[in-house]
Write a protein that binds this ligand. Structure first.
Ligand SMILES: [Mn+2]
Length: 689
C-alpha cells in the first residue's frame, strides 16, 4: 500500500517537470516566432517553431517512458524476491501445508505434507476430501469447529483418512485452517494443518484422572441428641473405619474429617463407577454398624460433585448434592454431575422420599416407645374432626402392627364424625374406641399416651388422662401455644405440615410394610388431609402430596372421601342462613351473620363452613361468620394469607392461626358483637398499614 503511494507521488513530480519543460518551450516558441516574424518571412517562422515544438515533445515522451520502465523494473525485482521467500518459508514450514484450487483440488503441498503421506506424494490433482475427513468448504467456513465461539479462528478438527497408509497418520489429530490467496486470475486456498494430537490426548487423560469431591455426614446425630439419647460411640468408630475402607482402600482417595460427624473426600473420577455400580452399598454397612437394637441406627448421607471444572466448583456441587440428600430424608447418596442428578438409596430399601430426616428419626423413636409400653392411649382434640380421627387411627395401626394394645379416646356419637364411624364396621374396631372415663381405667404406669392434632393440652379429648400419664407423645401441626409443665417424651410439632394426618402418613410409610394399612383407615386419614388443606388448596407442600400418594397407594379412594364431606339438607339450610346477610367491610373482608340458630353443636361447624365459603368470593382476603346460639355468639374467621385473623380475634378474646381463627363472645345480639368485630378489624388494619 505504502509502496504504491510513493510510486504515485514520484510520477506526479515527473509530470510537473514535464509541465515546466512545456511552459519553457512555449515561451521560447513565442519569442522565436516574434523574432523570425519581424526579421524573415512569416512562413519560415511557422515552420521553425513547429519543428522546435516537435523536438521538445519527443524529448518529453522519451523521458517519460524511460522512467516508467525503471520503476517497473524495481518493483518486479522486489516481488519475485518476496515470492521466493514466502514459498521457501511454506516449503520448509514444519506444518503440513497444501495449496488448493477453489474446488478443493491439490495444486501444491510442502515437504512435511509429503512426509506425512509417505509413498503417496505427490497428491497433485487429488481432491482434499479424498485423504482428509473434511472438505475444503468445511475448512473455509469453520463449520464443525470444536469451539463454536472461535468459529474459523482456530481451525477445524480433521484427520487424514487414507486407509492404505493409515500407519503414518493413524490417530493423529489436526486443526486445519484455510487462507485465501489471490492471484491475478483465480482464488486459491492455502490450507495449513496444525497437529493437536498431544493436546487431545492430554485433555482426555486430564478428564480421566480428574478428581471428584464428596461430602459424607452422619445425618441423624442432631435428631438423636434432641431426643436426649446418647450417640452410640462404638457405632461412630465403626462408621469411621467403614468410610476409611471405602474411600482410602477401595477408591484410593483421601478422606479427612471436616467438622464433627462430617467428612470431605477426594478421589479419581475413574473410581466413581466403583461406588455407582454397587449403588453405594456401604450406606447399608453404616446402618448395621449400630448394633445396639435399642438405639436409633446412625445413618449417613453422601453428596458427590462429579462435574468438570475447578476444585472449587466441584466442592460446591458436592455441597449442594449433600443438601439434596438430606432434604430427601438422608440415609442416601446424591451424585451431581452438571445438570444430571443420580440418587442412590442403599441396597436394602430405598429411603422414603420427601419426608425429612427428622420425620424418619422420630418415627423410629416413636415405634420404640410403643414397643416398650404395655398399652397405648391416643386422642385428638375436643370436637374431633377427620384430621384428629384419622391421626388416631394411624397411631392405632402402628401400635397394632407392633403388637401393642391400643385404644382411641373419642366420642363415637359425635354427629360430625358420623360418616367416618359408619365406615368402621369391622369387628376389629368394636372395642377400639373408649371415652375419657374408661381411659382412666386403662392408664398404667407404663402406658404411652399419644396426643395428636392438638398441642394445647386443656382442649384435648381427655386432659386428665394426659395429666396422669408418665409417658406422653405429642404429634401436631398447629403452632405451639404454651410451654408444658410436664416433659413430653416426644414432641413432634411441625407447623409447616398441612395436617396431623400428613405427619402420621409419613410415619405409616416408614414403619409399616406395604399394604398393611386397611383401605377404610387410609380413606379416613386422607379425609383428614383433605379437610385441613381445604381440598389441597391451603398449606399444601410436597410432603402433603407425598402422603396423599402413599394413602392412595394403600387404597384410599378420593371419591369415597368426597362422600364423607357431603352435607345433608339440614346443614344446607343452616349454611344458607348466612348467605342473605353478607357484607363486604373495608373492601377486603366479608362478614356474614346467622342470628337464629338452634343450640346445636353443629352451629359452630356451619359458621366455619360459611367462613370458608366467603373466602371464595373475589377480592375477599379475610372472612368472618357470626353465629348466635342462646347467649353466645361464635365467630369463625378465615384468611387467604395476607390478613392475620388470629390477631384480629385475639382482640376479642379468641385465638387460632394466621389463616383460621375463632372466638366466642357472650352477648344478647349479634349486632353488638358485629360492632366489636369491626372495631377489631379497623384496629388491625390501622396497625398493619
Ligand atoms: Mn388438624
Amino acid at each position: 500500500m505504502r509502496d504504491t503511494n510513493r510510486k504515485q507521488m514520484k510520477m506526479t513530480r515527473h509530470q510537473i517537470d514535464a509541465l515546466i519543460v512545456e511552459i519553457v518551450a512555449a515561451v521560447l516558441l513565442v519569442a522565436d516566432l516574434a523574432f523570425v516574424y519581424f526579421n524573415f518571412y512569416p512562413l519560415y517562422a511557422i515552420l521553425a517553431s513547429v519543428a522546435i515544438y516537435l523536438i521538445v515533445l519527443v524529448i518529453i515522451l522519451i523521458k517519460n517512458t524511460a522512467f516508467k520502465k525503471t520503476m517497473r523494473g524495481v518493483a518486479e525485482q522486489r516481488n519475485s524476491a518476496f515470492e521466493n521467500l514466502t514459498l521457501e518459508c511454506v516449503r520448509q514450514l514444519y506444518m503440513p501445508v497444501i495449496i488448493c484450487s477453489e474446488d478443493g483440488k491439490v495444486i501444491w503441498h510442502n515437504e512435511v505434507m509429503s512426509r506425512l503421506r509417505k509413498g503417496l506424494t505427490p497428491a497433485y490433482g487429488q481432491f482434499l476430501d479424498t485423504f482428509c475427513d473434511a472438505t475444503l468448504d468445511k475448512i473455509i467456513s469453520g463449520e464443525g469447529s470444536a469451539d463454536e465461539d472461535s468459529k474459523n479462528e482456530d481451525g477445524v478438527i480433521v484427520h487424514f483418512t487414507d486407509s492404505t497408509h493409515a500407519e503414518y497418520h493413524l490417530g493423529k489429530t489436526f486443526k486445519a485452517k484455510a487462507y485465501s490467496v489471490r492471484t491475478e486470475d483465480e482464488e486459491l486456498f492455502m490450507v495449513v494443518f496444525r497437529e493437536i494430537t498431544d493436546i487431545v490426548e492430554l485433555n482426555k487423560e486430564l478428564i480421566d484422572r480428574d478428581v471428584v469431591v464428596a461430602y459424607v455426614v452422619i445425618d441423624n446425630v442432631e435428631e438423636i441428641q434432641k431426643l436426649e439419647q446418647t450417640v452410640d460411640s462404638t457405632a461412630t468408630v465403626e462408621i469411621n473405619s467403614i468410610l476409611r475402607r471405602v474411600f482410602e482402600d477401595e477408591l484410593h482417595g483421601v478422606i479427612k474429617e471436616n467438622g464433627k460427624y462430617r467428612y470431605i473426600c477426594v478421589f479419581d473420577r475413574e473410581n466413581l463407577s466403583v461406588l455407582t455400580t454397587n449403588k453405594f452399598a456401604f450406606l447399608d454397612d453404616v446402618k448395621s454398624a449400630s448394633k445396639d437394637s435399642d438405639s436409633i441406627p446412625l445413618t449417613i448421607s453422601v453428596g458427590v460433585g462429579a462435574n468438570e471444572g475447578t476444585l472449587f466448583e466441584k466442592e460446591s456441587f458436592a455441597q449442594s448434592a449433600l443438601e439434596l440428600a438430606l432434604q430427601r430424608g438422608g440415609d442416601q447418596a446424591v451424585v451431581k454431575k452438571n445438570e444430571e442428578l443420580a440418587y442412590f438409596g442403599g441396597r436394602a430399601k430405598t429411603a422414603p422420599k420427601g419426608s425429612t430426616v427428622r420425620s424418619r428419626v422420630i418415627a423410629t423413636e416413636f415405634a420404640q416407645m410403643i414397643k416398650r409400653s404395655s398399652n397405648v392411649l391416643v386422642m385428638g382434640h375436643k370436637n374431633a374432626d377427620y384430621d384428629a380421627l384419622g391421626s388416631c387411627l394411624a397411631v392405632s395401626r402402628i401400635a397394632k402392627y407392633l403388637g401393642v394394645k391400643v385404644n382411641i379416646i373419642s366420642d363415637v356419637n359425635d354427629e360430625n364424625l358420623a360418616p367416618a364411624f359408619a365406615r368402621l364396621k369391622d369387628p376389629e374396631y368394636d372395642n377400639l374406641f373408649v371415652d375419657a372415663v374408661e381411659a382412666q381405667d386403662l392408664l398404667k404406669s407404663d402406658t404411652l399416651t399419644v396426643v395428636v392434632d392438638v398441642n394445647n393440652i386443656p382442649i384435648c379429648e381427655a386432659p386428665d388422662v394426659v395429666a396422669n400419664s408418665n409417658n406422653i407423645v405429642i404429634i401436631d401441626h398447629h403452632r405451639k401455644v404454651a410451654e408444658y409443665d410436664f416433659k413430653p417424651n416426644i414432641q413432634y410439632i411441625e407447623p409447616t405440615a398441612s395436617s396431623a394426618a400428613e405427619l402420621l402418613s409419613e410415619f405409616l410409610q416408614q414403619l409399616l410394610p406395604p399394604n398393611a394399612l386397611p383401605k377404610v383407615e387410609a380413606d379416613i386419614i386422607l379425609s383428614g388431609i383433605v379437610l385441613d388443606t381445604k381440598r389441597f388448596s391451603h398449606n399444601t407442600g410436597i410432603r402433603t402430596f407425598n402422603s396423599a400418594l402413599y394413602l392412595r397407594s394403600q387404597g384410599a379412594d378420593p371419591g369415597e372421601v368426597n362422600e364423607m364431606f357431603k352435607t345433608d339438607i339440614k346443614d344446607l339450610i343452616r349454611e344458607a342462613k348466612y348467605e342473605n346477610s353478607v357484607v363486604i367491610y373495608k373492601s377486603v373482608t366479608a362478614i356474614a351473620l346467622n342470628d337464629n340458630e338452634d343450640n346445636s353443636p353443629l352451629a359452630r361447624i356451619s359458621a366455619a363452613k360459611a367462613a370458608d365459603r366467603l373466602l371464595t368470593v373475589n377480592g375477599v382476603q379475610a372472612s368472618f361468620a357470626l353465629c348466635k346460639t342462646n347467649d353466645t355468639v361464635f365467630i369463625s374467621a378465615r384468611s387467604q394469607g395476607s390478613i392475620n385473623v388470629q390477631l384480629i380475634l385475639e382482640k376479642m378474646g379468641g385465638g387460632g392461626h394466621f389463616d383460621a381463627a375463632g372466638a366466642q363472645v357472650t352477648a344478647s345480639s349479634t349486632n353488638s358483637v358485629l360492632k366489636q368485630l369491626k372495631d377489631a378489624i379497623d384496629e388491625y388494619l390501622e396497625e398493619n398499614k
